[in-house]
Design a protein around this ligand. Structure first.
Ligand code: GLY
Length: 365
C-alpha cells in the first residue's frame, strides 16, 4: 500500500491539508484530532454511505479520544433541502455541539455541501472536516469551501463559503461506487484536464480511468485534480475571477441537469455541457480547431455523454435561472485550447446562438 499524498491548500481564510490515500478511514480520528481542537465530532452521513462506513469513522474518532454523535439523512440530491438542513442543525443542537466542536461530513457532494452549510451557520460557524466518499466529491466539491442547499427555485441557491479544516479522501471508498457514480466524477476530472492538465487529458483519452485502476494511480489522479483546484481557489477563493473557469461546461451542464429533473448525474451533465460549448466555440473561432472532437472522444472513453437532445428552449430557460447569470448575460467559460480557458461575458441572445451551434449537433458515430 502506497503512502498517502498530502496536498496543502492555502486560502486567505484558512490553510488545510487534503490527504489522499488508501484505507484512511481507520486513521481518521487521529488526523481530525491533530487538525482541530474539538471535544466532539459530529458526523453527518446518508443512508447509502452510513451502513458502509459510519461505524468505522465513529470508532476511529472515539479511539482518538473524541466524543461522537451522528445523523444519517436519506441519500440523494432531492434531499438537499431546507428540511434536511434543519434536521442536521436540530441534531447538532441536541448533541450539545458548541463552537469548539467539529462537523465531519462523511459522504458525497450532497452531504459535503449540506454538512458544510450547517457548520457554516451553526452558532455563526464551527469547523468542518470533509471526508468525501465519491470521486466527484474527492476531486471537486470537498475542496474549496463552497457549501449549499437547494431550494425549490433552484440548486445551491442558498449557501456560504467555509473552507474545511481538513479533507480526508479515502480512495478505498471508490470501490463501492456504482460505475455510473464513478463516471460522474470523471466529468469533473475531464474538465480539470481540459482546464489545466493537457498531459492528463491525453492519458485519459488513451487509458480511461476506472475503479479497477491501481489504487496508487487512482490516488495520484485524485491528488493531481485537487492540486488543479487548489491552485485556482488559492488565487480566487470567492469566485470573483479565475475561479469562474472551474465552471467550464457548467452553464449548459447545469441547464441539462435541471431540465432532467436532476435524474442525470452532475458530472454526466458537465461532460455533455463541455462538449456542447466546445463545438460551439470552435465553430465561432474562439477555440482551437479540433478541440471539440478531442474532448468528445475523451468524454466518450470515460462512458460520459457528449451531447444533449433537450429542446434548446428548455436549456435556455434553465440557464436564465442559473445563479451564475449576471443580469441579461452569462459568464461563459470558453476552452480556448487544452490548458487555457477564458471567461467571456455573453448576452442571453448570444448564448441562445451558442446553444443552437453546440447542442444536439454531435457527429453521429
Ligand atoms: N465546483 C466549482 C467550484 O468549486 O468553484
Amino acid at each position: 500500500m502506497s503512502e498517502p499524498i498530502t496536498v496543502a491548500v492555502n486560502t486567505s481564510s484558512r490553510s488545510y491539508d487534503v490527504v489522499v490515500g488508501e484505507n484512511l478511514l481507520d486513521g481518521l480520528g487521529e488526523r481530525v484530532r491533530q487538525a482541530v481542537r474539538a471535544t466532539t465530532a459530529f458526523v453527518v452521513t446518508d443512508s447509502n454511505v452510513g451502513p458502509l462506513y459510519l461505524d468505522r469513522a465513529l470508532s476511529s474518532l472515539a479511539t482518538a479520544g473524541l466524543s461522537t454523535a451522528s445523523v444519517t439523512l436519506p441519500a440523494g440530491e432531492q434531499h438537499k433541502t431546507l428540511a434536511s438542513y434543519g434536521t442536521i442543525l436540530d441534531a447538532m443542537a441536541h448533541a450539545g455541539l458548541t463552537r469548539d466542536d467539529v462537523v465531519v461530513a462523511l459522504g458525497g457532494g450532497v452531504i459535503g455541501d449540506m454538512a458544510g452549510f450547517a457548520a457554516a451557520t451553526y452558532m455563526r460557524g464551527i469547523e468542518v472536516v470533509q471526508v468525501p466518499t465519491t470521486l466527484l466529491s474527492m476531486v471537486d466539491s470537498s475542496v474549496g469551501g463552497k457549501t449549499a442547499i437547494d431550494v425549490t427555485a433552484g440548486k445551491n441557491l442558498v449557501g456560504a463559503f467555509l473552507q474545511p479544516s481538513l479533507v480526508v479522501a479515502d480512495i478505498s471508498c471508490l470501490s463501492t461506487l456504482t460505475p455510473y457514480v464513478f463516471a460522474d466524477g470523471m466529468g469533473e476530472v475531464v474538465k480539470h484536464a481540459v482546464l489545466a492538465d493537457p498531459d492528463l487529458f491525453v492519458t485519459l483519452g488513451a487509458r480511461p480511468l476506472t475503479q479497477e485502476a491501481d489504487p496508487s494511480y487512482l490516488a495520484e489522479v485524485v491528488a493531481d485534480n485537487v492540486r488543479i483546484k487548489r491552485d485556482v481557489v488559492a488565487t480566487d477563493e470567492r469566485e470573483r475571477g479565475l475561479r469562474q473557469t472551474l465552471n467550464l461546461g457548467h452553464t449548459i451542464g447545469h441547464a441539462i441537469e435541471a431540465a432532467s429533473g436532476y435524474t442525470q448525474g452532475h458530472g454526466h451533465c458537465v461532460a455533455a455541457g463541455l462538449c456542447c460549448v466546445a463545438r460551439a466555440t470552435e465553430a465561432l473561432g474562439w477555440s482551437e480547431q479540433g478541440i471539440a472532437s478531442r474532448i468528445e472522444r475523451c468524454c466518450a472513453a470515460q462512458g460520459l455523454p457528449t451531447d444533449s437532445d433537450l429542446p434548446h428552449e428548455d436549456i435556455l430557460h434553465q440557464a436564465a435561472f442559473d445563479k451564475k447569470r449576471h443580469g441579461d448575460s452569462v459568464n461563459l467559460v470558453v476552452p480556448v485550447r487544452l490548458g487555457l480557458s477564458e471567461v467571456r461575458r455573453t448576452s442571453l441572445d448570444e448564448f441562445a446562438y451558442i446553444v443552437d451551434l453546440g447542442c444536439g449537433t454531435a457527429a453521429q458515430e
